[in-house]
Ligand binder design. Structure first.
Ligand code: BES
Ligand code: ZN
Length: 345
């Protein structure tokens, strides 16, 4: 046991056992069954310890690209965001073991490749895992400091229900076509602006988040092992649902305090919405995979976490639930643009 985190050893590692634990956590702790999957006790203990010992090393840049960012913001299109959300949710589901979850990644890889087709400094690759669905990494090679890497990511998979997940309808509009569409629109605008960063930018669409942060865990562990100099990670997971008085919250657990202070400055300078801090209470998304490897991560979220969209992980996570529009994610495109431009100079 750690601080609000427990390690369970499963002797019988069947889907049925995992589902029982999911339901137990769901009913008793009112969480959507938050857990991370570790293959060995050593790895699990390592994670628990590194979460406790974490010291972040984020250095916030001075803001200096106001005119450029405000011009870029003018190019953001709600229609484009809605188009990407509709395309992603038209796959029956994007489950990490389903063929439709493989196909949806092929679609997304193609979409990103086409947006950057005219750029020889941009490449798009799969990052393969031990399960069928690959993650996707788009790289914009830095011009003068390519060894320093700025990351913007979100999970591309979706999930619904507890049974027959491979066949179940899981549109995953808010969770997390909204985040992927936000990243895609950010890319579209940067390409339109012919943006050339000094540092390297990597955009990521993670596989298998809904079943234990699997895709991001593989990637963050790999980057750590290779000693890649990651100067910042921003996670986008659920950007579409507006409730309450805040249009955005900065998730303050499993993230870097300094990064959050920087993101708050960006929100006040370039986004101009009501915001505050809130907590997930557990390692609820891919930022935690980076955080546990001591990379400075931030996670701007659609609302106060207590007021999140209750239709996620069901067949009702549709555009209708978001009021039939894709306007809320535009705030997050503004933030993502300003984060990438200010961080990568
Ligand atoms: N988007 C959710 C996380 C989330 C839900 C954040 C509600 C804030 C409010 C994410 O896709 C998810 O479902 N995470 C899992 C945990 C994961 C480790 C399996 C969850 O919350 O159960
Ligand atoms: Zn989810």
């Amino acid at each position: 046991k750690g601080d609000k985190v427990s390690i369970l050893e499963l002797e019988d590692f069947s889907e049925e056992t995992v589902l029982k634990i999911s339901e137990y956590v769901h009913q008793n702790f009112h969480r959507c069954s938050g857990y991370m999957l570790h293959e060995t006790e050593e790895e699990a203990l390592d994670t628990l310890n590194s979460l406790a010992q974490y010291r972040d090393v984020f250095i916030a840049p001075e803001l200096s690209n106001g005119d450029y960012i405000r011009d870029a913001i003018e190019l953001i299109s709600e229609q484009e965001i809605e188009g990407t959300i509709n395309a992603l949710s038209s796959f029956n589901n994007r489950y990490y073991r389903a063929q439709t979850g493989v196909d949806s990644q092929a679609f997304l890889k193609n979409l990103w490749t086409n947006l950057a087709a005219h750029r020889s400094d941009v490449s798009v690759e799969y990052f393969n895992h031990s399960f069928p669905q690959p993650s996707i990494i788009l790289t914009i090679e830095g011009t003068t400091n390519p060894e320093e890497v700025v990351i913007l990511g979100g999970h591309a998979d979706s999930i619904a229900g507890y049974f027959n997940r491979q066949g179940a309808r899981a549109p995953g509009v808010d969770d997390n076509a909204s985040g992927i569409a936000t990243i895609t629109e950010t890319l579209r605008v940067l390409m339109k602006k012919e943006f050339r960063p000094a540092k390297t930018i990597k955009l990521m669409a993670y596989a298998g988040e809904e079943v234990g942060l699997l895709g991001s865990k593989d990637i963050a562990n790999d980057f750590k092992k290779k000693g890649i100099k990651v100067v910042g990670v921003m996670q986008l997971d659920m950007t579409g649902f507006k409730t309450g008085k805040w249009d955005l919250s900065l998730i303050s657990d499993y993230t870097s305090k300094e990064m959050n202070t920087f993101l708050a400055t960006l929100v006040d300078t370039y986004v101009n919405v009501q915001w505050g801090y809130s907590k997930c209470g557990y390692a609820c998304s891919d930022h935690a995979s980076w955080h546990k490897n001591s990379f400075p991560a931030g996670f701007p979220f659609e609302a106060h976490s207590d007021e999140h969209n209750k239709a996620i992980h069901t067949k009702n996570d549709t555009l209708e639930t978001l009021g039939g529009r894709a306007n809320h994610p535009m705030h997050f495109v503004k933030l993502a643009l300003s984060y990438l431009v200010e961080m990568s100079k």
